[in-house]
Design a protein around this ligand. Sequence first.
Ligand SMILES: NC(=O)c1ccc[n+]([C@@H]2O[C@H](COP(=O)([O-])OP(=O)(O)OC[C@H]3O[C@@H](n4cnc5c(N)ncnc54)[C@H](O)[C@@H]3O)[C@@H](O)[C@H]2O)c1
Length: 266
Amino acid sequence: MNNPFDLSGKTAIVVGGAGGLGRQQAIGLANAGADVAVADVNAERLAAVKREIERIGRKARTFLTDITDASAVQAMTDAVVADYGRIDILVNAAGITQRHPSEDFPEELFERILNINLNGLFYACQSVGSVMIRQGGGRIINVASIFATVGLPESVAYSMSKGAVVQITRTLAVEWADCHVAVNGLMPSWFETPMGKVADNRDQFYKGATRVPTAEELQKKTIGRVPLRRYGLPHEIIGATVFLASDAASMVTGHLLAVDGGFLAQ
Ligand SMILES: NC(=O)c1ccc[n+]([C@@H]2O[C@H](COP(=O)([O-])OP(=O)(O)OC[C@H]3O[C@@H](n4cnc5c(N)ncnc54)[C@H](O)[C@@H]3O)[C@@H](O)[C@H]2O)c1
């Protein structure tokens, strides 16, 4: 029997692929056999991911693309199709967060978080999804969060953006099932990336908050609540990503896979 996880001959785009999780997802897809295009706003880290994909022996392309600009997203999609011929896999991993009490959450911050986490993700689904529909199929993986389903204090824009990502995922899965475009999502808990390791970035994440908690308090509030009692390591996102990108998941669409050390099982 062929390896159902084999992605040889497939083409993937990882949006936010220069980030902590996106980079691992891009490398994981390349290791499984896919050629990978990576889009992000961080030029330096994009170049590093490109080198890593090429070291694996796969074709890599990078795009300095701000996903809040729908026409830039469309231009990236068109360039990948022109170069690779098709797009089999889309991973949406771009995202930002910042805490602030809800009662005076700044409008500009609110809009910025939603523009990236929600609107930008949808632009990528729309433009790449159209290509997949035309070519007769494809697989989309949207990175949501455990905070799509449970509340996170002082993070109203982040939590609502991730809740919306879940509903984009389910809606497109149902709408595009006839076109053989599978749309699934991931719900990570805290991972050891700059975004996830909040205890190390207290000043940044609690910039507007009433009080910056101590590292010990945060530890208790975060991974103290995870049954496995630890942060996820960035590479631990790869297995679920390759699974959802591959034929091994041929009967899976509209699913949100928690990669959360048991958090949502409580
Ligand atoms: N790390 C965690 O603990 C965790 C937990 C749950 C969900 N997530 C989600 O996983 C995804 C990846 O998070 P991460 O931890 O790798 O964060 P990260 O900050 O390391 O990576 C995010 C990437 O998105 C890119 N990005 C930001 N704005 C962009 C824009 N306008 N256009 C294109 N790219 C843009 C950044 O440059 C960065 O490379 C995010 O959607 C995040 O919400 C992370």
